[in-house]
Write a protein that binds this ligand. Structure first.
Ligand code: GDG
Length: 461
């Protein structure tokens, strides 16, 4: 079997901490690398005064972890700039937050070239290369221009936007042309794929054929959907064993038999956090019987906290949650527990299992793994209900969720009330079909499907 080379912005630590501490994606990538041997290549997470010509390399068993440091300028222009202040907001339909600057685009091109250049000497002719996400859209083109002929695949974890949104990006053509240097491009959902195909037909003058074939910019490649999953059974097991956790025990004690609604998201404007708090406020207004009886726990590990829009969302969210608490709190009950910190996966699994409702309301999301984790964590005997935004990729698969439009605050409040009062039989039916779906399409199936399509040309959908 040929070696696998995975390229992603961040590389998980060479020595994983104890089992259960890592996310499903890191576990899946590591398992694939362990099986076939290979390299995990990306940014070290460090910003240094100058860059070095060779990557930092650590070998553990059959896996080589190779990382590159960024200079302050590269970090500002590539990571904070073009990746997270241009591509991220634009691909999440936030044109109002999208920065357009030639300087950061130059930095993005420079870092893609630099990283490709650093990886090149480590490659063998028979390697299969799998590049992840919007940070490295230009990677295959850069490797090809250095003479690399290996099979190269790209998976986009975030949405691919509609034509009219994407073409607002002045360098839209450069980006798609560079993407066409890959052999396979994977998207989370059919909508993402069809927006991409639309671009190929209408803007690039290319063709979309059978079995996902794309002909454009003088190349033939394929594009398909590969909805990402989680490590379902491990997560379910962790949740089932969570009763032993001190934090989970303390959470349950503090609730005193009140129903818990839970939200867990990186603190990001794409996650619809303000609308979510407003929907909870609406629930307390429209259905006052929930006052004193329901608690909303929102966990937000901080993220990209040096990007201005992320500082702002935190301020707005704190103000909104504070206002709702100020309006409704009693001496013995506070409606919203807002936590700006992270927990171990084990504890999160236990918190999910202790909740009556999982509230996942992004305004746009490639997939949303929290929705799947919430389902995996439930007890089959007495499962909670998932309230899920139609704009999360996960809504395509999780047919047992109560699907909402997150912009419709009153509508979300109605569905929350439905979730809180749903009879056990209906909860079990809904949960069963969702659980089946996430067991079938777990993170292992996802990576196997992608790699089979890339290497053997198996059918794509
Ligand atoms: C991108 C796309 C796509 C959250 N808080 C804690 C914690 N988490 C974990 C969750 C989950 C992961 O982080 C977040 O994944 P999501 O999918 O929800 O969202 P993004 O970070 O935006 O991910 C997304 C994903 O890529 C995969 O393709 O689904 O659409 O935007 O696993 O549980 N983990 C720990 N402590 C926390 O406090 N340990």
């Amino acid at each position: 079997m040929s070696r696998l080379v995975v390229v992603s912005n961040r590389v998980a630590g060479a020595r994983p901490a104890k089992s259960g501490s890592e996310g499903g994606l890191a576990v899946a990538v590591r398992a694939a690398l362990r099986e076939r041997g290979g390299i995990w290549f990306g940014w070290s997470g460090k910003v240094l005064a100058r860059d070095y010509d060779v990557p930092n390399v650590a070998e553990v068993g059959r896996i080589t972890y190779a990382t590159v440091d960024l200079t302050q300028r590269d970090y500002d222009e590539y990571y904070k700039g073009f990746a997270n202040s241009t591509l991220w907001p634009l691909f999440h339909y936030r044109l109002d937050l999208t920065e357009f600057a030639h300087r950061t685009w130059a930095g993005y091109q420079r870092v893609n070239s630099l990283f490709a250049h650093r990886l090149h000497p480590l490659l063998r002719d028979t390697d299969v290369i799998w590049v992840h996400d919007y940070h490295f859209a230009l990677f295959a083109e850069r490797l090809r221009s250095a003479g690399c002929k290996q099979k190269m695949g790209f998976f986009l974890h975030i949405p691919w936007p509609a034509l009219q949104v994407f073409t607002a990006l002045p360098m839209h053509r450069d980006i798609v042309k560079a993407l066409c240097a890959f052999d396979l491009i994977g998207f989370q959902t059919k909508e993402d794929l069809s927006c991409f195909q639309d671009y190929i037909r209408r803007e690039a003058g290319g063709e979309v054929g059978r079995n996902g074939t794309i002909k454009a910019f003088g190349r033939v490649l394929r594009a398909g959907t590969f909805p990402i999953g989680i490590d379902t059974e491990d997560f379910a097991k962790m949740a089932a064993e969570s009763g032993e956790s001190k934090q989970v025990h303390r959470l349950k004690q503090s609730l005193q038999a009140r129903d818990l609604i839970i939200g867990v998201d990186r603190l990001d404007y794409s996650k619809g956090l303000i609308n979510r708090v407003e929907a909870f406020e609406q629930l307390l207004t429209s259905y006052p019987e929930n006052r004193g009886k329901v608690v909303f726990l929102q966990i937000n590990p901080p993220s990209r906290s040096d990007v201005a829009d992320y500082i702002e969302i935190r301020r707005d969210l704190e103000a909104t949650a504070g206002r709702v608490n100020g309006t409704f709190a009693e001496y013995d009950w506070v409606p919203i527990r807002y936590l700006n910190k992270s927990f171990s996966r084990r504890v999160l699994a236990g918190f999910f299992r202790s909740s009556r409702v999982g509230l996942v309301t992004p305004l746009r999301d490639g997939m949303n793994l929290v929705a799947k984790e919430f389902v995996a964590a439930q007890s089959s005997k007495d499962p909670g209900v998932l309230v899920l935004s139609r704009f999360a990729g996960a809504a395509r698969e999780l047919d047992g969720a109560l699907v909402v439009n997150p912009y419709d605050v009153e509508g979300v409040a109605e569905r929350l009330q439905e979730a809180l009062t749903m009879p056990l039989k209906a909860r079990r039916e809904r949960w069963r079909s969702m659980y089946r779906a996430i067991v079938e399409n777990d993170v292992t199936a996802w990576r196997e499907n992608f790699l089979l399509a890339l290497q053997r040309g198996s059918r794509v959908h």
